[in-house]
Design a protein around this ligand. Structure first.
Ligand code: MG
Ligand code: ZN
Length: 222
């Protein structure tokens, strides 16, 4: 039997959770709905955000949407979202592999604080591409949306039970690739549901647009 050493940075996580509550109060005060997208690198978070932003702009106008993109180094994702005419703020974490509340606080200051934030109807936060620790650091969002893609394998959720359990919405992206990577979609969905019966599971392809309408309706209906 291999030995297993379990380490949890409990104090840091607890402190972040406390700060996330305070941040949440700011969102409520500003009357903005906050959607946080989390998931591994290459799972398609930015592509899905693009599809969602496209529709939000259609329904509410570009001035009503703000985006905060967390990344370890580049501004590539933020540039993609900026093309839709919405307000974007880039957070470069300087190598840190997830966003924490102070990162978002700083981004909100750049948006003009609570008053500036109140101009928007939706704030989208895209976390750093990482399927582990971002899930431990809530940012006070209304919905935490986990994005996984079929090419990551059938056991993705089983291998990341904590991330799966704390998510409010589960999105399986790149379903158009399923036949090529030998993944059974029903197995993926079943494992996500077993771990987290409370989160709806959406099968989408950001590339073809399949399933995006249903996801959009859910994200904007609550
Ligand atoms: Mg991205
Ligand atoms: Zn991290």
């Amino acid at each position: 039997m291999p030995r297993t050493v379990v380490f949890v940075g409990k104090d840091i996580i607890r402190e972040n959770a406390r700060l996330a509550e305070k941040l949440r109060e700011k969102y409520v005060k500003a009357g903005v709905k906050v959607l946080e997208f989390l998931g591994g690198p290459g799972s398609g978070k930015t592509s899905i955000v693009e599809r969602i932003v496209e529709r939000l702009v259609e329904d509410y106008g570009e001035d009503k949407i703000a985006y905060i993109g967390g990344d370890v180094a580049t501004t590539l994702d933020t540039e993609r979202i900026a093309k839709y005419g919405v307000t974007v703020v880039q957070v470069n974490t300087g190598g840190v592999c997830h966003l924490e509340v102070p990162h978002v606080e700083e981004a909100i200051r750049a948006l003009g604080g609570v008053e500036g934030l109140s101009k928007y109807k939706y704030l989208i936060i895209e976390n750093v591409g990482n399927i582990i620790c971002p899930f431990n650091f809530p940012l006070g969002a209304d919905l935490r949306i986990m994005v996984a893609d079929v090419a990551e394998g059938e056991d993705k959720f089983v291998k990341h039970p904590l991330s799966t359990r704390v998510s409010d919405v589960i999105v399986i992206n790149k379903i158009d690739l399923a036949p090529y990577v030998g993944v059974r979609l029903e197995k993926l969905v079943e494992s996500a549901r077993n771990l987290n019966p409370r989160a709806p599971v959406f099968l989408v392809s950001a590339k073809t647009g399949e399933g995006i309408g249903e996801l959009y309706s859910y994200l904007t209906s609550r």
